[in-house]
Design a protein around this ligand. Structure first.
Ligand code: ATR
Length: 268
């Protein structure tokens, strides 16, 4: 008889009765790399845990399930990073100031929200001078909040362009920057750093970019928080223009590593 194939895919550990359950929630989730990257980290840390992806739109139901099933860590992604706050028992002060949660830790049914995105952002931008630099943030959703919080801390000058202007206005009011109504009257020289926080360019729609090509130039640094694909159309065009580029994968991996540290710290 043929031996059954071992489940070695993505470094997964054997599952037994002590295995604890973690989850990533969002919608859609088909391209999330959290389950496979967490599996690698659990293996490294010798943690008997698995992470499964739950593509849900109903947060209330999920919160009940997380308590019932004792889901220890929940990685929270688009579009739930802000909406989840009202369902939690405690919010870490930094996550509160940012206004978004990407990690929930469950301790005996009490849920605490954290934001590890900001550490991922800091890692991705650690070699980029930010003080007094003109930064264009594309998008004004959940991911833009930790980013603008960090850019504020680093004394960058913020501008934001978003499909819904009022959301850009709200974001720039909170983080003291300028909301742009359109990109028609700006030039590449107006921006030192460009950061995409929208899902534009993400799989499966890889042939689109959130920014017209003529706004990219050699003096710039361009960071795309989309990590799937690693080289988005925006980053390819930025490279062609001679700009420095930073892939979202750096941020993704650093924020996931911090999630596992939080899990280890709060393990019951
Ligand atoms: P969330 O708002 O929950 O973070 P999101 O739907 O991924 O998640 O949106 C992130 C940002 O990208 C939002 O600012 C969104 O614009 P709106 O504020 O107008 O909703 C922007 N965005 C998402 N899809 C877009 C698209 N196809 N074109 C332009 N902007 C888009």
């Amino acid at each position: 008889m043929k031996k059954p194939k071992q489940n070695l895919q993505q470094g997964m550990q054997p599952i037994n009765a002590q295995t604890t359950l973690n989850a990533v929630i969002g919608y859609p989730l088909a391209h999330s790399q959290s389950p496979s990257y967490h599996a690698q980290l659990y293996k490294k840390q010798k943690l008997n845990a698995v992470m499964l992806a739950f593509p849900t739109q109903n947060l209330k139901q999920y919160i009940e399930a997380a308590k019932t099933l004792n889901i220890q860590l929940t990685a929270v992604t688009i579009p739930h990073k802000q909406a989840i706050i009202k369902f939690l028992d405690h919010i870490d002060p930094a996550a509160k100031a940012i206004g978004a949660v990407n990690t929930v830790i469950n301790q005996n049914g009490k849920l605490t929200g954290f934001n590890t995105d900001i550490l991922g952002i800091a890692e991705a931008l650690k070699r980029t001078q930010l003080r007094n630099k003109n930064v264009l943030v594309l998008g004004a959703g959940g991911a833009s909040h930790p980013l603008c919080y960090y850019l504020n801390q680093q004394h960058a000058k913020l501008m934001c362009f978003n499909r819904t202007y009022t959301k850009a206005q709200q974001l720039m009011k909170k983080f003291k920057g300028k909301a742009l109504k359109s990109l028609d009257h700006v030039q590449a020289k107006d921006f030192d750093i460009i950061i995409n926080t929208t899902p534009i360019g993400m799989l499966p729609n890889t042939n689109v970019s959130p920014l017209p090509k003529h706004l990219l130039a050699k003096h710039q640094t361009v960071f795309d928080i989309v990590y799937n694909p690693q080289q988005t159309k925006l980053l390819k065009q930025a490279k062609q223009a001679g700009a420095k580029t930073i892939s979202g994968l750096v941020m993704f991996q650093a924020q996931a590593e911090k999630q596992v540290q939080l899990l280890l710290k709060h393990k019951s």
